[in-house]
Design a protein around this ligand. Sequence first.
Ligand code: TYM
Length: 320
Amino acid sequence: SHTVLSLIKPSGSLTLGNLLGALLPMGRQQDSARCFYGVADLHALTVPHDPGRLRALTTETATLLLAAGLDRSTLFVQSHVPAHSELAYLLESTAHVGELNRMIQFKEKGHGRPATRASLFTYPTLMAADILLYRPEQVPVGDDQRQHVELTRDLALRFNNAYGAVFAVPEIVTPPVAARVMDLADPTAKMGKSSAEGPGVIRLLDRPDVVRRAVARAVTDSDTGPDAVRPDREAKPGVTNLLEVLVACGGDPAGLTTYGALKAAVTDAVVATLEPLQKRYRDLAADPAHVHDVYADGAATARQVTAPVLAAARAAIGLT
Ligand code: TYM
């Protein structure tokens, strides 16, 4: 069986985009693959942060991964496995500043400001270390991580060519629908967890009335034709997004002719998807010792699995 790996950054409360683009597809891999999933707390240090909020979000995210059904995986927190930071340095010594400079995320979040954290620049080398340490065949992520996974592949190949075959070259897997869930209030922008309380973001722990309001206010268009409810990413981004969310939540778009009917169907499908997750979250949050144990076991396994890969990389690159 093959190995898969994916992490989630605790930089805000998880959104419907994280669930549909990543968590649900990650969960489906558990039947056929050995899965390593976790919370990328080190990556949350790349932008201004509050330590107390980071602690709370790390616990919340860790609990949400379990609540979303990732209970047949090795689950861990990135910083509990020091090999990630250690391999990241070797990959900083493999990557070029030119290619890191081209990363969209660095350009968008750094805005060229001198006070940008240096770790935002080296972010992709840490992410490459996260992945390459586990020699996964596949990395299930949303579409926004494509550039990072491509750089990871380039670094794996460059390292292997220079020093010997240490790393597997992973493939990205993105879901057929909802690989890029858009903000309901601005369907030209990605639904992001770190955006401030926006009306177009649905969080996994939002109550049904909050979901209903967000969907009711979702931007559509002024098309009133008989076939107004149809996907067309260019011309109808809002409607297309709602249709993708509906399908990814197990709803059926057949027979929907008005935006009112579409929104009612989306609300029902999203609420039905979130309800069991929120129930499991409440149960898990009432038993923090259990969540702690799961992640302690997972980190122990991750340290064991990654040790030989780090050792091979160290030896190959010339460290004694
Ligand atoms: P992050 O924390 O931003 O997002 C976690 C996962 O959710 C996906 N995602 C989305 N999918 C669809 N629509 C959206 N609007 C949406 N927003 C987010 C992301 O693609 C991702 O799969 N750099 C990564 C975390 C990371 C990682 C890794 C991932 C660190 N190390 C190693 C894979 C492998 C990130 O910030 O994802």
